[in-house]
Design a protein around this ligand. Sequence first.
Ligand code: BGC
Length: 784
Amino acid sequence: METLLDKMDLPAMVRLLTGAAMFELHGEPAIGLEPLAFSDGPSGVRGPVFSGGRPVALLPNATLIASTWDTRVAHDVGALLAEEAHAQNVHVVLGPTVNLHRTPLGGRLFEAFSEDPLLTGALAVAYVRGLQENGVGACPKHFVANESETDRMSVDSRVAERVLREVYLLPFEMLVADAKPWAIMAAYNDVNGVPATEHGELLDGVLKGEWAFDGLVMSDWFATKSTRAAANGLDLVMPGPAGPWGDALVEAVRAGEVGEDAVRDHVRRLLRLADRVGKSAPGPAVDPADPARREHLRTIAAAGMTVLTGGDVIPFEDTPVLLIGRHALRTVAQGGGSAQVRPPHVVSIADGLRAALGDRLTVLDGVEVRATPEPADPAFVSDPETGAPGIRVTSHQADSSEQASTHQPVPSLLLDLEGGPHDGAASVVLSADLPLTHTGDVEVGVIGTGRWTVRLGDHSHEIALDATDVGLAVLDPPHWTVRLPAAPGSRLVATRRPPDEGAPVGVAALVARPAPADDEDLIAAAAAAATGAARAVVVVGLTPEQEMEAKDKTTLALPGRQDDLVRAVAAAARSTVVVVNAATPMLMPWLDDVDGVLWAGLPGQEGGHAVADVLLGRCEATGRLVTTFPAADGDGPAWSPVPVDGVLDYAEGLGVGYRGWTSDTPLFWFGHGLGWTTWTYHGAEPEGPDALVVTIENTGTRTGREVVQVYLRPDDDPVRLAGWAVADAVAPGERRAVRVTLDPRVLRRWTSGGWGPLDGGRLVVARGLGDVRLDVARPAPADR
Ligand code: BGC
């Protein structure tokens, strides 16, 4: 490698240290270096593009995977992603996300595993091994203290040293020690006053120094704020080709402000990455709709689903079912932002139950769940030129000549950002025909910055939409809609010219759907249909308006009038089960009115089948919660994600998540989940150093799976998960001795300058801290 480095002069080396494009690096023919390609992660491999891409497998999102508490599942996920990456010639997948669920308002929690550092670290280790054992690099992110999204490019996360070490750095430390990731991504935020991309103490000192990380540190996208300061620690600026390094870094080295050794080390790490990923050839094409792939995704999703209440009514016999809710029809399969992929299909919960129940299923739409419009369902719009589902996009240059004309299967595209055929056009026209079968009013409109003219039949509207920056123009674009009468087969034409002010780039999408019914009428219709029904299932949830990158939530209340819908159905039906389609905590003011609640997460492309599987008893919903659910807004150790004067104070210290719940009682504890059988815990015996053998018995009637959780309750510090083990296929009446190893990395204490022992305390065996089964003294150090 040193000889390769010697072959390059300074500008040649520096050129390699900024991306060549959004997701690609430069190659260097002089040393035989091929350009590397990256792709987001973490719930599918979108390919080296920001939007669209080819159809790829959409996995259940991280919280659902984590809810299995099963490192074998996380390993499987990594291996599956490696196949998807190979097929697209992607060398590094940008994941997993190992930031913690600090406040339940965090917009991006769906992408991250849990509120607990040990559970997060262990799952991430398995996920990274699954990827890298199959020749694809992982890039755990975002290093570090990036737990919320508000002002994410500038917020200063203030975290005490001990808290940083014991809580937020721990998953990264476990990864470096146990999985050796080939890359790590430095976060947008500052950590204790220093940008994460410039944090010499953390990047050079802790990560590369103390932990001996030999991989590559890349910046989060557009996160690098300086030339000189970032050059000590960060190895690669993403994306490119522009950025703060390039010529400025060459000059800084020549001026003696940055050592040439530092540049050589960055390039060395880049070449090491190229060497590691270069060992395997591109793989065969994979079909995300292949039956085996579909079955795999369905099984993972079902395993993570969690029975919150009503262990005696879930699963139920396949009686006639009345299914209600917008999320039943339009099930949300993934969160919003850079993690999004384009799946081949999404099996809605209505589709899944219909496949299982046929005409024993009745489906009813529910209340509105979004405040902002979505791009049209491709099934509702067709390309005027070809008649295919989707829209036609035609762009023109300033002299009115046509630039390009393309069919867009998903009625949304990204302009002027990633080298598309319509980039740089003076105007772009999005057009579609509405269905011939549709009568009545429609809601139509546009999403994205620009000066728009929208025409439907005789109606014409002029609208100007702005966004203050590129991030918002892409992730949270402005929108406009109107309700209009429309003749069957009417043509909708929206012409976009770049905005006068604000971000010229971003999303351009067409909105079109049948005008929605009034919420009050939908609730009344649901209650009428539910009257006397033997089995009602109401599906509620969040949408990417709440669970998305770049934005945090402001409340845990369900959006729209979903709570009213649940109450109305519960009052009318003989039995009501609620299915929750969301990744993160929400309030359930109707909890006592319903017979059972199944948490279904963001279940990926096969979600609807997985829900049918666990509701109807094809398999057990074996999930255990990975985040504590507050009972009311404001409850819990950390709430607001909004920085004060630029600072977000991690004031709860070590007491993050369940560790810090003291005064209020949560709605559900981290670790809670009923499954489909019942368990007696007979006893726990310490065995050897830091292990406990717990004897459990399945006292129910079905063969089940138990997650045996052991917590350490230290004398003076907050309680913490110290280990767990999964007991598979325990038959009814069977007793099983389950060995739980306690991880030494949570049995220690950081005092400034180093690690010391954390002795004493008690070991608590619990099915979540709300259901403690055993409490034993921890053996004294001499006995361990
Ligand atoms: C996100 C990263 C992502 C990157 C590339 C950023 O906005 O924070 O997680 O990998 O974009 O899409």
